[in-house]
Design a protein around this ligand. Sequence first.
Ligand code: NAP
Ligand code: F7E
Length: 418
Amino acid sequence: MHSQIPGCAAANPSYRSALRAANPDTQSPRHPDFSYLSLKFHHMSKIALISGVTGQDGSYLAELLLEKGYTVHGIVRRSSSFNTGRIDHIYLNNPEYRDKRMFLHYGDLTDSSNLNRLVEKIEPDEIYNLGAQSHVQVSFEVPEYTAEVDAIGTLRFLDAIRETGVKTKFYQASTSELYGNVLTGDLDKRLRRDDLITGSPDIGCEAALPSNRLRSSLTETSPFRPTSPYAVAKLYAYWITVNYREAYNLFACNGILFNHESPRRGETFVTRKITIGVSRIMAGTQERLYLGNIHAARDWGYTPEYAEGMWRMLQADKPGDYVLATGETHTVKEFVDEAFAYFGETLIWEGEGVNETAKLSASNKIVIAMDPRYYRPTDVEFLRGDPSKAFRDLQWAPKVKFKELVKIMMEHDSGTGN
Ligand code: NAP
Ligand code: F7E
């Protein structure tokens, strides 16, 4: 048990100063009296600061950066229960990294002075702003809080960089939710569908993508039309990042990431809810899985590949905004079918709307039903991204597609993987 995160060191002086103290070739440290920082593992490696390090993306990104030799600082929210489960393997249980190349700090995106202090003391080379109230349906319940964290939290971070004058690069976790329903085009008559079809499949990434689908995919130049408090908050964050790049010459990038999933995905997001639910149904420990809008379609990718894309954005010559997506889209219903197919089961779907159900063809047992609680006031019906720009500029292309993704998650959640 620990009541405080080991290594949490708000009162400590600048980490970079400490590194300089250890290296006579660099400037003298401003604060030579650091106390706990072990320099053994510091070779003037790059320093990254990650908000949302305890989340799905933050945990994979931290792993990736540590593998690349970075020193990683993560911001952790105070919680009454442990919330570091996704990073315990690289922090709590890893003496090679813990408080040597990985440090955790209490903090919150609602607290400007905390962010200022962390940026000033850590002087990171790269900041990844992944922290957010990230659940779209929950944002309808807590819209003001979502705006505080997701929109103004981003401004707070950017302003901390400006105020402290720390030279750093900034990654903003933008989202395909910004587009809303522009591809289906039924929410706003001013948008002409033809104008939205801007995919360009002819720049060389056909091998990595299902090229026949790219013509109706969303790119960096497609218009935004957010349809939830979450998406509206992220729209502010997107534009304030662009504005700080232009106004203050900041190296700031928006990663417009389409849905990405993994065994570490939060359990209330639909993919993980399905892989856990189907595993339990097949193990006989759960009767039925209740879902909402199963006709919604998403472009689902594999999170570790997207973490690599985030990093690549900050290594580019110039800052920019990039779509990361697979170019392949499937409905929630198809995800359910594929999850049962992992066990060799097929489903028979019957009914419509809230009365739609699915039964196992072998036993006739109803295993899927709808629950109106999971319908959203407004939902995004169809998303498909075109990552051609990321392929061209960053040589980023996703390898894991839908079927492989479902398999990875099913193996994990059913305990049948290696
Ligand atoms: P996630 O698993 O929900 O993680 C969110 C992280 O933000 C957690 O570490 C959470 O801390 C932290 N957080 C929440 N409120 C905070 C606050 N007030 N101050 C500081 N930290 C706070 O989300 P994810 O899937 O990793 O997504 C990472 C980022 O990418 C988010 O900004 C999300 O909106 C965005 N995004 C995600 C996707 C996707 O498909 N996953 C796609 C596009 C964009 P706790 O662990 O304590 O809750
Ligand atoms: O919903 C439908 C739901 O909650 C996907 C976040 O990471 O990706 C994520 O947002 C779809 C929606 O993800 C259930 O209505 C049906 O149409 O898994 P989700 P999301 O809303 O797409 C984007 C890119 C982000 O930026 C977000 O941070 O599935 N759906 N039945 C359901 N969704 C949930 N959660 N639960 C259901 O029972």
